[in-house]
Design a protein around this ligand. Structure first.
Ligand code: HEM
Length: 428
C-alpha cells in the first residue's frame, strides 16, 4: 500500500483547483503564428457545413470558398518556437484542429478531403509534442476553448465563456458548458483519488475511515454528475445537436468512403483521426480506473458478459485515451484502483458498491440521453429546417447509429454500463 513517491497531479498538468482545465485561458499565439489565429477567427463568421442549405449558409458559400482558398495559400510554419511552452502547444493544437474541421466539413462533396499542408504539417508536429491525436478532441472543444467572463474571479461554469462555436448555436455552447460542469465537479473526485494514492503510515482503522468516507463522498459526486448530464435535456435541443452541431466534430472514421489525407505528411491512414467525443474526458476515465471498471472484459466477473457485450468495441475506451493530452493519459496510467483494498475490508464493500451503482445509474441515464440525441435521430425524418442539412450528411451512414469515433453506439454504451455493474463486490 505504501508508495515510495508522492502522487502529485501537478506532475501531469492537472491543476488542484481546475482539474484537467488549465487554470487560465490559453494565450493567443505569438508571431509568426498570427496567421493561424486570424484564419481560425475568420472561419466562424463565414464557414458553414457543406450540407447546410439554409438561406444564410447559401449566402456565405462564396466567402467560405475564399476562406478555404486562404487556408490552401497559407505558409507552412515550423513549430520550434512553440516547443518551450505547453500552453502554446495546446493553443496551437486547438487552433489548427479547429481550422481542419472547419475546412473538411465545409468542402463540397465533390472535393477530396485533403487537409492543406500549412495545417496538416504543424498539426501533426504539435500533436507529437503533446502526445495526442492530430484531430479535434474533447480537449480542443471543452478544455482549451474558453475565456473568463471576469478574469479577477476563479474558474467556474458561471465565469467562463466558450469562444469557438462551429455551428453558432446555443445547443453547442450549452453542450460545452455542461461538459465543463462535469469536469469542474469532477475535481472533487480527483482530490479523493489523490488522497488514496498518497495514503501511507496510517493504521488500518484510519485507512478504513478515510476510504469509507471518501467512497461515500464519491457516490454523492457521481450523483451530481448525473444531474448535470440530465440537465442537458433542458439546455441542448436534440435536433439542433444532431443535425447542426455533431457533424462538425466528426473525424475521418465516420465516413470511410471519404478518408482524410494530411497533405505533406506520410501515413495519414494510420493516424488517430476519429474526431471529438466526451468519451475522451479524462475525469470519466479516472473514475473508471479508481473503481476498476473492466471495459475490456479481462477479468472473470459476474454476471458473465452477454453476446452483445462481447460484440461491443472493447478497445473503445483505451482508444479514446490516445485523443487525450499525453500528460493526462500518463495521470491515468499512474492512477490505481481502490477495489483491491476494499475487497480486504468488509465494511468498505457497501460504500464501494454504492459508488459503483452511482456510476451505473449515470451510464443508464447517459444511454437514455444518447437515445434521445443520437439513436432516434439517426433514423428520424429531420424537421423541415434541417431537411436539406441531413441529406448525404456524414452523420447518417446506413446501419446502426454510430458514435463520432465510428462505434456502434447502443451496444457500446450498454456494454460499458454492464461492465460497471460487474464491478460490484459480494458483500458477505
Ligand atoms: C447531449 C449530451 C450527450 C450526448 C448526445 C452524448 C453522446 C455520446 C455518444 C454518442 C457516445 C458514444 C461514443 C462516441 O460517439 O464517441 C458517448 C460516449 C461517452 N460519453 Fe457522452 N454524450 C453526451 C454527454 C456527455 C457528457 C456531459 C459526458 C461527460 C463528460 C459524457 C461522457 C461520455 C463518456 C465517458 C463516453 C464513453 C462511453 C462510456 O463511458 O459509457 N457524455 N456519448
Amino acid at each position: 500500500m505504501v508508495r515510495p513517491v508522492r502522487f502529485s497531479p501537478r506532475d501531469y498538468d492537472v491543476d488542484p483547483r481546475t482539474g484537467f482545465f488549465p487554470s487560465e485561458p490559453l494565450p493567443r499565439l505569438p508571431e509568426p503564428y498570427e496567421a493561424w489565429e486570424d484564419t481560425f477567427e475568420a472561419a466562424r463568421s463565414v464557414v458553414t457545413l457543406r450540407t447546410d442549405e439554409s438561406e444564410d449558409a447559401v449566402r456565405k458559400r462564396a466567402q467560405g470558398e475564399r476562406w478555404r482558398e486562404s487556408v490552401r495559400r497559407m505558409a507552412v510554419q515550423t513549430t520550434g518556437k512553440l516547443r518551450g511552452d505547453i500552453r502554446w502547444l495546446q493553443r496551437a493544437h486547438m487552433v489548427l484542429a479547429s481550422i481542419m474541421h472547419f475546412y473538411v466539413h465545409s468542402l463540397p462533396a465533390t472535393e477530396p478531403n485533403v487537409i492543406p499542408k500549412a495545417v496538416a504539417i504543424p498539426l501533426v508536429d504539435v500533436s507529437k509534442a503533446l502526445a495526442m491525436a492530430p484531430v479535434l478532441t474533447f480537449a480542443d472543444t471543452v478544455l482549451w476553448n474558453w475565456e473568463f467572463i471576469d478574469p479577477t474571479k476563479p474558474l467556474s461554469v458561471d465565469n467562463m465563456r466558450y469562444v469557438n462555436n462551429f455551428s453558432g448555436t446555443e445547443a453547442e455552447n450549452n453542450f460545452y458548458l455542461s461538459s465543463a460542469a462535469v469536469e469542474l465537479k469532477g475535481v472533487e473526485m480527483l482530490e479523493i483519488f489523490e488522497r488514496f494514492m498518497n495514503l501511507r503510515h496510517v493504521t488500518e482503522a484510519r485507512l478504513v475511515e478515510i476510504i469509507g468516507g471518501d467512497l461515500t463522498r464519491l457516490s454523492k459526486t457521481v450523483g451530481e454528475l448525473t444531474k448535470i448530464l440530465n440537465s442537458m435535456k433542458e439546455s441542448v435541443d436534440p435536433p439542433t445537436f444532431y443535425f447542426s452541431v455533431r457533424p462538425w466534430w466528426a473525424g475521418s472514421t465516420s465516413d470511410p468512403s471519404r478518408p482524410w489525407v494530411m497533405e505533406g505528411v506520410s501515413g495519414s491512414s494510420a493516424m488517430d483521426l476519429g474526431g471529438a467525443s466526451a468519451g475522451q474526458s479524462s475525469v470519466m476515465h479516472a473514475l473508471d480506473i479508481f473503481l476498476d471498471i473492466d471495459h475490456k472484459l479481462q477479468t472473470k466477473r459476474v454476471p458473465a458478459p452477454t453476446p452483445n457485450n462481447r460484440q461491443a468495441d472493447r478497445g473503445f475506451m483505451e482508444r479514446m485515451r490516445r485523443y487525450m493530452p499525453g500528460l493526462h493519459r500518463e495521470y491515468l496510467e499512474h492512477l490505481r484502483s481502490v477495489r483491491e483494498v476494499v475487497s480486504q475490508h468488509p465494511s468498505l464493500k457497501g460504500p464501494y458498491n454504492d459508488a459503483v451503482m452511482a456510476l451505473k445509474c449515470l451510464r443508464d441515464d447517459h444511454i437514455k440521453i444518447v437515445a434521445l440525441y443520437v439513436v432516434t435521430k439517426s433514423n428520424a425524418t429531420p424537421p423541415p429546417q434541417f431537411r436539406k442539412l441531413s441529406e448525404g450528411d456524414v452523420a447518417r451512414p446506413a446501419g446502426p447509429a454510430r458514435g463520432t469515433g465510428g462505434s456502434e453506439v447502443s451496444t457500446l454504451l450498454k456494454a460499458g454500463r454492464d461492465a460497471t455493474q460487474r464491478a460490484l463486490l459480494k458483500e458477505n
